[in-house]
Design a protein around this ligand. Structure first.
Ligand code: GAL
Length: 659
């Protein structure tokens, strides 16, 4: 079989035909079923299959004794049917013998309890013995299959951090953290000063005295927590990098990826992404709607669809984590098993989610999983097939998408006009020191993102490290710690920039800067934040057309505010092309700000009907109806769509050709 390498493209040009795929577990099924499964995958329009991520106990049934026969035959069977294979390293599920050999390899949770064997992800990223095992098994699979013509890509491990597993408070982690601190600070005096350890007599005499910040009587020092989070993130990065290096050595020319999760900020995905060719993520819109902060009203309105920005937010976020190359490796095909409630998607949603990924530039969308397993933890999780092998409803939707891809062909994507700056460190700072329990970083960023998407704008979510000068407008929901060089970069921009509350309010070690907030941005904004307060969500102050709750800053400045609340307190201040928003803006204030900013630079805004979202490639405009009722979008004035209709049924996708 010829080696098919995916086309490389970036947000700045290039093209790709969306591939469809599925996650398959040959080890779960009798070998006699494999060939028919592979044939049916092809018939459904799938050409990519991910395998192997949890198969360690079958690959190495006894320490040092490998059984490759079944995996050789599984890969060959899939390849013979014309499937490209993404093979995974199986390190998310260390087998029992390893845990028995090295009982201290398991992670320790914040309450000091070991994460026992019997599910998955029970290892500690810092355990050197487990690191050696991870390299050994990665080497073994990479040597065996690295040059196999059917292997087009590798996935490292599976969902780093799933089930709350980034932070470990083990002895191995404590030892590694002390070394990390030594490298960062050089002397213990420097660390004591940076953290402010004179407070409560927390001073250390040597790095050896430092422990992880858990099990303290009341909260540990926030500076200690921030460094522990940075350290834990670096441990994930280096664990991944070790596997990537081995895979690159033994499997040249293949893409390496890792599957990221939704609404997950426990490690810096930009740092992990820097070592990958392609970022992938696992898209479960209904589970995410149920598990996260959405209001009861939103949970009711979208329970079979997911909130209209959930999937798009992650597409745009992860596109920025790996130089523009990304895909979905696990797409929800029906009810999942792990949320508080697990409804079935509305008919059409699986196709809609898949085409929306295409509209945002995905290289592939793969469904989790091929067939629902009748046993073990995920027996209630739907697949493309039912446990009895009959088609589940999602199978027909995959076929439909196959046909649409055939019809509209390769899609080219270019940089969006609007950038939204996302920072994992900002998420950690807000989590460690929220100061008001509803100051949630992800929710703040998501609200800003939604405000842009409701008006029909395409958005790139980017790290603070990238060049911002190609954008027409830049939005920074908050950046408490301003990275070195960032203020200069902002100062050089001529486009409108909206900077959110708490930006510049902390030093790199999570202390208040000498000049107070906005710290490093003070000269650019010409104001000083002299006091902050957090408010209950149901206490609000009214302004002209908006209200303010959750977060309110007192600002000292000579400038007249652009927006104020009724008692005269300014909430938004403009300095040249830069705006500072000193509150948690509600949707109305965000709308006003988006209108002002778009107006300045001539960005066309639409007012999309409730539940409708759009996205453009270079050749097509895609519209998605997330609402549970029909919506007429003929007002877009685009004429007849090439796919679907301007009278959009619930969960419908319509696609227009654009010049
Ligand atoms: C993901 C995970 C898969 C499977 C899936 C179920 O988090 O990577 O292995 O558990 O969820 O929805």
């Amino acid at each position: 079989m010829a080696l098919t390498l995916w086309r490389r493209w970036t947000t700045h040009g290039g093209d790709a035909l969306l591939k469809l795929g599925c996650c398959y577990f040959p080890e779960h099924w009798p070998e006699e079923m494999w060939a028919n499964d592979a044939r049916r995958m092809r018939e459904m329009g799938l050409s990519l299959v991910r395998i192997g991520e949890f198969a360690w106990s079958r690959i190495e049934p006894n320490p040092g004794q490998f059984d490759w026969g079944w995996l050789d035959r599984a890969i060959d069977t899939l390849a013979d049917a014309g499937m490209d294979v993404m093979l995974c390293t199986p390190t998310a599920t260390p087998p029992k013998c390893l845990v028995d050999q090295m009982p201290d390899m398991v992670a320790i949770d914040e309450k000091g309890r070991p994460r026992s064997f019997g599910s998955r992800r029970h290892y500690c990223f810092s355990h050197q013995g487990y690191r050696a095992q991870s390299r050994r098994i990665t080497c073994a699979v990479a040597e065996r299959y690295g040059e196999h013509p059917a292997i087009v890509a590798w996935q490292t491990d599976n969902e780093y951090g799933c089930h709350d597993t980034v932070l470990s408070f083990s002895e191995a982690a404590a030892v590694a953290f002390r070394e990390w601190c030594k490298t960062r600070y050089g002397t213990i005096e420097a660390l004591n000063t940076a953290w402010g350890n004179v407070f409560w007599s927390m001073e250390y005499r040597s790095f050896d005295e430092i422990d992880p910040p858990h099990l303290t009587v009341t909260e540990a020092n926030p500076s200690h927590w921030l460094d522990y989070r940075r350290f834990a993130s670096d441990e994930v990065v280096s664990f991944n990098a070790e596997q990537v290096a081995i895979l690159r050595e033994h499997s040249p020319g293949r893409d390496v990826t890792h599957n990221f999760m939704g609404f997950f900020t426990e490690f810096d995905h930009y740092d992990v992404g820097a070592d990958l060719d392609v970022a992938t993520w696992d898209s479960y819109p209904l589970g995410f709607l149920e598990q996260f902060w959405f209001s009861d009203e939103e949970k009711r309105a979208y329970f079979r669809q997911g909130h209209p920005d959930i999937a798009a937010f992650h597409h745009d976020l992860y596109r920025g984590c790996s130089d523009g190359r990304w895909g979905i490796i696990e797409q929800q095909p029906g009810p999942v098993n792990w949320a508080r409630f697990n409804p079935a998607p509305l008919d059409g949603m699986v196709a809609l989610w898949t085409l929306e990924a295409m509209a945002h530039g995905a290289e592939f969308v793969s469904y989790f999983r091929w067939r629902q397993a009748p046993f073990a933890q995920e027996q209630m999780h739907a697949g493309l097939l039912r446990p009895d092998s009959a088609d589940a409803p999602a199978a027909d939707e995959a076929r439909l998408v196959r046909d649409v891809i055939g019809q509209i062909g390769e899609q080219t994507h270019t940089q969006a006009k609007v950038a939204l700056v996302f920072s994992y460190e900002a998420a950690w700072v807000c989590g460690i020191q929220p100061q008001g329990q509803s100051f949630r970083y992800l929710e703040l960023v998501y609200e800003w993102y939604s405000a842009l998407r409701r008006r029909g704008l395409d958005v790139d979510i980017v790290s603070a490290g990238v060049a911002l000068d190609g954008y027409s407008a830049v939005f920074i929901p908050t950046l408490p710690i301003v990275p070195d060089g960032f203020a200069e970069k902002l100062g050089a921009l001529t486009c409108p920039v909206l900077i959110g509350p708490r930006s510049g309010s902390k030093s790199a070690s999570l202390t208040i800067p000498d000049n107070l907030a906005p710290g490093a941005l003070e000269d650019l904004l010409d104001l000083k934040v002299t006091r902050v307060e957090s408010l209950r969500n149901n206490i609000s102050y009214i302004g002209n057309g908006f209200s303010v709750s959750r977060w309110l800053e007192e600002v000292l400045t000579e400038q007249a505010p652009e927006f104020a609340i009724n008692d005269g307190r300014g909430v938004v201040f403009v300095n040249g092309n830069l705006r500072y928003c000193a509150v948690w803006p509600d949707r109305s204030l965000l709308d006003l700000l988006v209108e002002r900013i778009a107006g300045k630079v001539g960005l066309d805004l639409l007012t999309l009907p409730e539940g409708i979202r759009i996205r453009r490639s270079a050749s097509h405009l895609f519209a998605f109806n997330y609402s549970a009722h029909a919506v007429d979008v003929s007002g877009f004035g685009l004429g007849e769509p090439v796919v679907g209709s301007a009278q959009m049924a619930p969960a419908a996708t319509s696609i227009w050709t654009i010049a």
